[in-house]
Design a binder for this molecule. Structure first.
Ligand code: HEM
Length: 474
């Protein structure tokens, strides 16, 4: 350290903002794209302000490395999130939990007990059975030359698999309230993602100008009643199984969690597993299928690999996955172009200097994963879907290579990565192995529209309507 008094560091470059609203006026329906274009002009570390919330937007691999690795310990917080505060037991969940011992304990528990290799294996046969049922119904559609809504099917099968793993059973429509389980989940996701003034103008919180706090509280009550009911159902069972409720309640009852762990915490984690795991995996499956259907050469190459590794006399199972190298490339390429979480949202815990800029304490940090995946400095022909690029490079998506971070990385990186990759790969492999696909309206593959719908999870704007043709011999 030198004793010379240093000049104050500048803030990162910034587009022109307005009083009070800051930069809100520069965002349209696709903030990930708007911020990408702004960053092309102002740089990969950009200062913006949304309402009263200073926000650093990070848009290149090397900048992401600074925030998520070099200074990860400073940027591992999450900001206040009214939805999680009111629905997830005052942010006692992992996804939006404030950084600290409590969050660390919860995350560790979740990683070791729920998202472990053992748990992934324990549900392998369940996944096989559920996807098998879907394949059977697709074979019926194929025999009748019927079009199917593949997006809805994927959502529903993946939702069923998640429920079986978390709760040990599936839910009927109307099981929760008159919206049904599916309806309620999608309302919750929409509410969590909706623009909420109070998150940007904290002093408005007590006024609740949009009535969102009232709505969130109501939603929270419905979830709470539902989760209480599930926990009671499990308590009445004679034997414990290995679904997530049983696992968590065993820890709860043993009193050996090693930190404060009561029913609220159990419920908060259960909610996390539903909200963080369901739409993300389904979205990733849907995008990969869409890209494959749009690119006949790629799907043929994948089918060839599947025929060689698996053959047409049996269905794919999880033991085949490590041998499916091209499948791996397809998943990476699809996640590069369509990260279901377009932004990683972190918050600074102290003042920090990054790349010569001053980053004030409590700034929000948005890592624009979508922009990094399309950065022309990092990718050749970034707009092109080209799985071959991963045949010749060993860029990985597990958080080591900062140009490809669909699961985030570092302290806040996705703990469900292995689980998510397993279900996504298995689903895509099964669908591609069992069927040929054509678009329902007779459109040419290359005309398939790839618009995305910005939200908590970025899924396709339009459902994938397709006609399957059976190609299996069993
Ligand atoms: C293809 C599937 C998935 C993708 C693309 C995905 C992606 C992500 C991303 C981008 C984050 C934020 C990372 C950050 O802020 O830096 C995240 C966090 C998280 N994910 Fe996933 N995820 C997937 C599946 C799952 C599954 C299956 C589960 C659990 C059942 C899960 C549980 C979580 C949790 C608990 C967090 C919060 C971690 C924390 O804040 O400490 N995810 N995920």
């Amino acid at each position: 350290h030198s004793n010379k008094k240093k000049l104050p560091l500048p803030l990162p470059p910034s587009p022109k903002g307005l009083p009070i609203i800051g930069h809100f006026h520069l965002l349209g329906n696709n903030p990930h794209q708007d911020l990408y274009h702004m960053a092309r002009k102002h740089g990969p570390i950009m200062y913006t302000r949304f309402g009263f919330a200073p926000t650093i937007v990070v848009s290149s691999a090397s900048a992401a490395k600074l925030f998520l690795k070099t200074y990860d310990h400073i940027f591992a917080n999450r900001s206040h999130h009214e939805f999680s505060y009111l629905v997830a037991y005052e942010q006692r969940n992992i996804v939006f939990g404030r950084y600290g011992p409590y969050w660390r304990n919860m995350r560790k528990l979740c990683t070791l007990q729920l998202l472990s290799g053992l748990k992934i294996r324990q549900f392998e046969s369940m996944r096989k059975a559920e996807i098998g049922i879907m394949v059977d119904s697709l074979r019926e559609a194929a025999a009748a030359r019927e079009a199917v809504d593949l997006s809805s099917m994927i959502m529903s099968v993946n939702g069923g698999m998640t429920c079986l793993m978390v709760f040990g059973r599936k839910f009927e429509e109307r099981d929760l309230d008159d919206r049904g389980f599916k309806g309620l989940m999608s309302d919750a996701m929409a509410a969590a993602a909706a623009f909420n003034l109070c998150d940007y103008y904290p002093y408005l919180r007590w006024l609740d100008p949009q009535g969102s706090a009232r709505r969130f509280k109501k939603l929270g009550l419905i979830f709470d009643r539902f989760l209480e009911r599930i926990i009671s159902e499990h308590a009445e069972k004679k034997e414990r199984g290995h679904d997530f409720v049983d696992t968590l309640m065993a820890i709860h009852d043993s009193g050996e969690a090693g930190f404060e762990f009561d029913r609220r915490h159990v419920k908060a984690v259960l909610l996390d597993m539903l909200l963080a795991g369901m739409d993300t995996s389904a979205g990733a499956m849907e995008w990969a299928m869409a890209e494959l259907i749009k690119h006949p050469k790629a799907i043929k190459k994948l089918q060839k690999e599947l025929d060689e590794v698996v053959g047409l006399n049996q269905r794919v199972d999880e033991s085949h996955l490590p041998s499916l190298k091209y499948l791996d490339c397809v998943i990476k390429e699809s996640m590069r172009l369509h990260p279901v979480g377009p932004f990683l949202a972190h918050e600074a815990m102290e003042d920090c200097e990054v790349d010569g800029f001053h980053i004030p304490n409590k700034s929000r940090v948005l890592v624009n994963v979508w922009a990094i995946g399309r950065d022309p400095d990092a990718w050749e022909h970034p707009e092109r879907f080209d799985p071959e690029r991963f045949v010749v490079s060993n860029v990985d998506l597990r958080g080591r290579d900062f140009q490809l971070i669909p699961f985030g990385t570092g302290r806040r990186g996705c703990p469900g990565l292995q689980m998510g990759l397993t279900v996504v790969s298995l689903m895509v492999a099964q669908l591609v192995h069992c069927f040929d696909w054509e678009l329902a309206d007779g459109a040419a593959p290359e005309d398939l529209d790839m618009s995305d719908h910005f939200g908590m999870v970025m899924s396709r704007a339009n459902h994938l309507k397709v006609i399957p043709t059976d190609k299996l011999r069993v």
